[in-house]
Design a protein around this ligand. Structure first.
Ligand SMILES: [Zn+2]
Length: 229
């Protein structure tokens, strides 16, 4: 947690450290290198970044899977700024365990009571960040995505690399297609959700803001949460 003048903020964002950022097969590896350096006698420090739209903690826009889908620069920022969020505690799942609708019973009641449009799924899998286990995360049954949409949820965020099943042999995208296909937004590679669950905060707000990348399918974000009044 970070203390600020206005209260306490929980950072939900993995640090981007060259060589320590897992990426899906074929995606660019993150790097930051000094192009100009005060220690080399240059006027200022300036880094060059190498990254992809799905590097680290990031957002997926509908255009990620749909040619006519909304691009990241056109997302509704009202959904992603100081948004009331519900957190589902889904810890202690096995590798590749499927999360079913009944597992979300408590969160569903919260969503109905608060009219929240952001749902965060705390699997606890962020503790495996940058290890071989990280890609063996639990995943959502696509039916859950459909029913969340029916409930008015517009943003799903989780502390794993995908809400879909990913194995060495196959990378599925059923949840992505269902959710993004209805104009929903997916946030992946969050961290700090366990701190959020354990905070005891009754009501939470989050900001999950992408870069304004014209025509792009996703963007790294800085994700933060705080206790709502
Ligand atoms: Zn993604």
């Amino acid at each position: 947690m970070t203390s600020t003048l206005s209260g306490t903020v929980i950072d939900l964002t993995h640090p981007l450290v060259p060589g320590q950022v897992p990426a899906c097969a074929g995606h660019p590896c993150y790097n930051a290198s000094l192009s100009f350096g005060l220690n080399k006698g240059d006027f200022a420090n300036v880094h060059t970044l190498t990254l992809g739209t799905h590097t680290g903690t990031h957002i997926d826009a509908p255009y990620h899977f749909f040619q006519e889908g909304t691009t990241v620069d056109k997302l509704d920022l009202a959904l992603l700024t100081a948004a009331p969020a519900v957190i589902a505690d889904l810890r202690n799942r096995a590798s590749h365990e499927r999360i079913m609708w009944d597992d979300l019973a408590a969160a569903v009641e919260d969503i109905k009571a608060r009219g929240a449009r952001v749902l965060l799924l705390c699997t606890g899998w962020s503790r495996h960040w940058n290890t071989p286990v990280y890609s063996k995360h639990p995943y959502l049954d696509p039916d859950v995505a459909r029913r969340l949409l029916d409930l008015g949820v517009k943003v799903i965020g989780l502390d794993a690399m995908s809400p879909d099943k990913v194995t060495d042999e196959e990378e599925t995208a059923d949840v992505h297609r269902v959710f993004l296909g209805s104009g929903g937004i997916i946030v992946e590679n969050l961290t700090g959700l366990e701190s959020l669950v354990d905070s005891g905060w009754r009501h939470v707000r989050v900001s999950l803001l992408p870069l304004n990348l014209s025509g792009c399918d996703g963007s790294p974000i800085r994700a933060v949460a705080w206790e709502a009044a």
